[in-house]
Design a protein around this ligand. Structure first.
Ligand code: Z5A
Length: 214
């Protein structure tokens, strides 16, 4: 059995990932690919509970390191019980965020030490990296305006952050994309949806043809 492909979608708040995941899954299913759609933080019942903890605006402050540990705790559950089993069965896993989000948000955004992030990533999913990462790139002000128009006053802990914070996160993502150009496909997420979907289709075509020629 050939291992499935692991596709991740990344970007700042309001970049359009959730909208795009539906398009990605439909595009693959039309070509007879068995797809498992999932997300981070979350993807298992326990990891979804961790998600609630990191998103809610509670009375207790989460330090950047605590936030990082919670992201990796959720990821450890998710990798072991959802992602690896699905890939081994030959399914393609489409995941709304993965470890690049931790590098961008906790690393570039919050200033968590890169050595710690590398150690945790190796311990939690050493040997597993996405085959393709679609990075939805757009100015932070545009993404935040979209997200806030949708959420109204119910903003979560991240939606409540400043434009300056999200610009740091965006810069972190772009630096990762520059460092790994073969894995990343950077998409102009400020473009009209039809253009974004065309660019996604072109990235997926490339991935599917690798599968056929492998
Ligand atoms: N987080 C972290 O810090 N560290 C980690 O390791 C991980 C996550 C894994 C998860 O919250 C938070 O966890 C996340 C980072 C942090 N917070 N932030 N920021 P989430 O999943 O609730 O938040 P999100 O991932 O940012 O989702 P989102 O706000 O729903 O954004 P989105 O999925 O990218 O956008 P969308 O919902 O598809 O689109 C937003 C709106 O824009 C919507 O009304 C669309 O109809 C519209 N849209 C989409 N595309 C377009 C185009 N092309 N043109 C115009 N309008 C568009």
């Amino acid at each position: 059995m050939t291992r499935g492909k692991f596709i991740t979608l990344e970007g700042i708040e309001g970049a359009g990932k959730s909208t795009a995941t539906k398009f990605v899954c439909a595009w693959l299913q039309e070509r007879a690919v068995v797809v498992r759609l999932t997300r981070e933080p979350g993807g298992t019942p326990l990891a979804e509970r961790v998600r609630q903890i990191v998103l809610e605006r509670g009375t207790e402050t989460l330090s950047p390191v605590t936030e990082t540990l919670l992201m990796f705790a959720a990821r450890a559950l998710h990798v072991q019980s959802v992602i690896l089993p699905a890939l081994t069965r030959g399914e393609w896993v489409v995941c709304d965020r993965f470890t690049d989000a931790t590098w961008a948000y906790q690393g570039s955004g919050r200033g968590v030490d890169a050595g710690l992030l590398g150690t945790l990533a190796a311990a939690v999913h050493g040997g597993l990296e996405p085959d393709c990462t679609l990075l939805f790139d757009l100015p932070a002000a545009t993404g935040l305006a979209r997200a806030r128009a949708r959420s109204g006053s119910g903003a979560d802990r991240f939606e409540a952050e400043t434009v300056a914070f999200f610009e740091k996160v965006r810069a972190g993502y772009l630096a990762r994309a520059r460092a790994e150009p073969r894995r990343f496909r950077v998409l102009d997420a400020a473009a009209p949806l039809a253009d974004v979907e065309r660019a996604i289709g072109s990235a997926l075509k490339g991935l599917l043809s690798q599968e056929v020629t492998a």
